[in-house]
Design a protein around this ligand. Sequence first.
Ligand code: NAD
Length: 400
Amino acid sequence: MVSPEMVYIRGEEMTTYCMDLILDKWIYPHVDTSKWEFFDLSCKSRDETDDQVLRDAVKAGKRVGSIFKEPTVTPSAEQRKSMGLKKALPSPNGAMRRGWNGITISRDTIHIEGLKLGFEKPVLFERHAVGGEYGAGYDTVGSGVLNTIFTAENGKTIVVDSRQLDNKSNAVVTYHNPLDNVEDMAHIFFQRCLEAEVTPYVVTKKTVFKWQEPFWLKFKEVFDEHYRAEFLGRGLILKTGGELQHLISDAATMQIIRWTGGGFGMAAHNYDGDMLTDEIAQIHRSPGFITSNLIGKNDDGSLIKEFEASHGTVADMWHAHLEGKETSLNPLGLVEALIGAMQHSVALHKGPHELHDFANKIRRCMHLAFTNGLGTRDLAGPEGLTTEKFVDAIAELLND
Ligand code: NAD
């Protein structure tokens, strides 16, 4: 099978080690990947190229429209020192979200028929891909007056806030939530909830954080105009009184633990989404059982889709591996991402359909292994397979 073009972004540590095994044993024997464009976003490669490799990856992703990404390391001050990097490297994820006009990061629970994980039915999450604390400007200042002044393009100014600071030391922060793409995000969220037949909730802390009201209002407007009737007809908003329900973010953290039946979707701002999806991952037994897809928009309106696992580089297992110890990485989230990227490439190029089917076969084989007691240790306990043995077991199934 010849795969159509796709961007493959390499990362670091345990997840790159595991994905290399998977490429060698599951993909290369069956798929001609000569049209894939590989970019190495390890800290070393970014440092050596003065981050040109990141700019190239963003450009290629925009052109190709289908991207697989391994988890990457954003080096801390200590890591910068220990890796001998020339300068501090910013998060590559932020550059991608901006470069691809990121709208939302969709995170869903993975389910294996016949196996009880954390949530019984699917849980869908929509995390706003831009804005909030991640892009904050900040400084530490002494006592004095802090003014936040907005200057419009026509030069008119508005004093957004003015306050007296009495402490000798103050951390001051400015951030904003861009709202233009919230309408697109709402459409993506409600369509996905309908498809998965789950009840939608919008999560904010707007009662106290008043600036979050417009985010909720945009969702409500889109819902009432385009989706309410269909959700009502399908009985999906009966328990919310026939209306779109808002949940305060602290209440959402509690409901996520209580609603183990699943069958719900949540949409939230960037930082809340980051926290709440980690909580969902823990309830659902492992970060390996959650997907994470970034949806962005090209200049011509077509969607750019980047697929990744929701977890990081699994650094603790990497250190154990380097010490010669056994590890057991659950690759389902990573491989769901690879399946998603391959199938999106096939959809963009209208074929080859046998590659779409092969990607489904990979999923079936992984699920079969898990249901037959050949899972990884996060689910199967100490009897579970090591990282390498799980890869070998699936490679054998794929050859059948
Ligand atoms: P992590 O998600 O890598 O690991 C957290 C814990 O969950 C660890 O105990 C790990 O063993 C376990 N775990 C995670 N995925 C697992 C899997 N598939 N199977 C079994 N167990 C799994 O988070 P971390 O340790 O906080 O971060 C490690 C590195 O990853 C950091 O450098 C961080 O910056 C980076 N990171 C990258 C991304 C990304 O690129 N999208 C996201 C998060 C963290």
